[in-house]
Design a protein around this ligand. Structure first.
Ligand code: AMP
Ligand code: MG
Length: 292
């Protein structure tokens, strides 16, 4: 693509009304066709993208406060950001980017690793249910119940007739929560295979990153195609009206963070949380305070 075409493309992308519309997984979605390096909207460079993300902070924290206030008045709504992606896709970094534009109070982050012995004795949604954010707050999941149709499927951790029933089960579970006021924002951070190799090497080369390197990641990397197929299935079978999936091109970290913060802002704006109605007479209370 020539420089001229690129300029045209990014202008068109900028005109798009909503990042959610750009990234939502809809009919005919093909993960293999998503270019992980592409800048799909917004600023084309790191400095501007970071500045724009940070500029959302006052608006997001104000909406967050309203959401909390709404719950104090009996509101049932809460927001759950689900982050999925291959190893090194930047789930931790993305969570930090969201954290930077949110009020720490009212934000709850949970990481899901291999289930413990106790967790294995329960249904796979047991530990997920326990970690849901309380009403009025925002939860971030670094991995989620989707691992139970991703690594579990790729590694045959349960028989096919068990994992294959989980897509419908997850949809039904998400529908019930959504009806109860939980708003899902499910994001897959999509990196290319070449980028993952670079990031793994970077972890080995830099002594202060070596702690992040996990030899097991290479074993999973060797199953790249199976993982992509498992993601394709999860994304298409579980992208619903009430809990859609969004795929974020994540080879460029600053763009990933920009897209994600826009998604959070758009979602909170649409939720439009409201302060609860005041159940006292303001004038009368003012008079009482003055006289006291
Ligand atoms: P990390 O996110 O790097 O700490 O790695 C966590 C690991 O736990 C990943 O390899 C996940 O695939 C794995 N994991 C998460 N949930 C499950 C699950 N339900 N069953 C098996 N492995 C899981
Ligand atoms: Mg890891």
């Amino acid at each position: 693509m020539g420089k001229k075409d690129k300029g045209k493309e990014s202008k068109q992308a900028k005109a798009a009304a909503s990042v959610r519309d750009l990234l939502r997984v809809g009919p005919g979605f093909d993960l293999g066709a998503v270019d992980a390096r592409r800048v799909v909207a917004g600023p084309g460079d790191k400095v501007m993208a970071r500045a724009e993300s940070l500029a959302l902070e006052p608006e997001i924290t104000a909406l967050q406060e309203r959401l909390y206030a709404e719950s104090k008045g009996g509101g049932k709504r809460r927001l759950l950001l689900v982050l999925q992606g291959m190893d090194t896709s930047g789930k931790g970094g993305a969570a930090k980017a969201v954290d930077r534009v949110c009020e720490p109070i009212g934000l709850r982050m949970t990481s899901f690793g291999p289930p413990t012995q106790e967790e294995l004795r329960h249904h796979y949604l047991w530990r997920i249910n326990k970690a849901l954010p309380p009403t009025g707050s925002i939860g971030i999941f670094d991995r989620s119940h989707y691992e139970d149709v991703l690594i579990v499927r790729v590694r045959n951790l349960v028989p096919e007739d068990v994992w294959s029933g989980r897509y419908d089960e997850i949809n039904a579970w998400e529908k019930k929560l959504s009806d109860g006021g939980l708003v899902f924002l499910k994001c897959m951070l999509h990196i290319s295979k070449a980028e993952q190799q670079e990031r793994l090497l970077a972890r080995l080369v830099e002594p202060d990153k070596q702690w992040k390197y996990n030899p097991g990641d290479v074993d999973e990397r060797l199953l790249w195609d199976s993982y992509q197929a498992a993601y394709q299935a999860a994304l298409t079978r579980c992208s619903t009206e009430y809990a859609p999936w969004y795929v974020i091109p994540a080879d460029r970290k600053w763009h990933r963070d920009w897209l994600l913060t826009q998604l959070v802002a758009e979602t909170l704006r649409e939720m439009a949380p409201q302060y609860p109605p005041i159940d006292y007479d303001v004038e009368a209370e003012m008079a009482r305070v003055r006289a006291s």
